[in-house]
Write a protein that binds this ligand. Sequence first.
Ligand code: GUN
Length: 293
Amino acid sequence: MQLIDGKAINLQMQAEILQQVEEMVKNGQKRPNLAVIQVGDDGASTTYVNSKIKTCHAVGFESTDVRFPADITEAELLAKIAEINADPNVDGLIVQLPLPKHISENKVIEAIDYRKDVDGFHPINTGRMAMSLPAFLPATPAGIMELLARYNIETEGKECVVLGRSNIVGTPISLLMSRKSNPGNATVTICHSRSKNLKEICRRADILIVAIGKPEFVTADMIKPGAVVIDVGIHRLPSTETQSGFKLKGDVKFDEVAPLCSYITPVPGGVGPMTIISLLKNTLLAGQHKIYE
Ligand code: GUN
């Protein structure tokens, strides 16, 4: 069994991005600038946003940090998005999800200029991705593809089972894994809460991608020996083993599943660091106008 080290790939990609940014600056271009909007003070969101901004600076980007209280109106948020859309100094714009209930996430996503939508959530980017046209790919699925590529994991003709059908992970990763590309060219099955025979379907998987949002849901009896397991889940569970009183766990019961796998991503240190670095890669591409003019 080999661990897939997302943290190490993240650091490698940070160095690659920094080098490209310094090249841009040497050529008289401006540094890429990522705007991040957070609404409210959800603890997990604050951790993610702080980490995104910190990594921006590590790769030589500028950042625009916008925080609003949870009771901001939808109209006020949309006005800020319109302002940033029109700001030529900003290359990428993300609004951290989830948003408070009184604000429509779909309206917000559609309000972002698709040319600055480095989260890849806008319907234009989703549609272009589905058509294999140049597009900003959503960060977590793009990060998983990067891990498969950098570990030279064969995907062509393999049985890939995706657990979860969210807009952010399950649906886009199933598209990317099935399309004509490398990594890709896999035979993909999507499972969800209404699927029957879940265990049997998972046991068919050469590559099992788990984004179901349930701690330690996947157990050893769901694994085909030699499978590649990608765990997208991240849960902060109470624990007596740590000083903090918490332990991070994935959607996979790591201790019993890992010995059966050829490759597996740990939690933390697997997919998580890849989500942030893929967002920054998209921002670099935006700054370089490599996807859109
Ligand atoms: N919330 C959870 N994942 C994400 C993500 O990739 N982007 C944004 N904007 N919010 C999220």
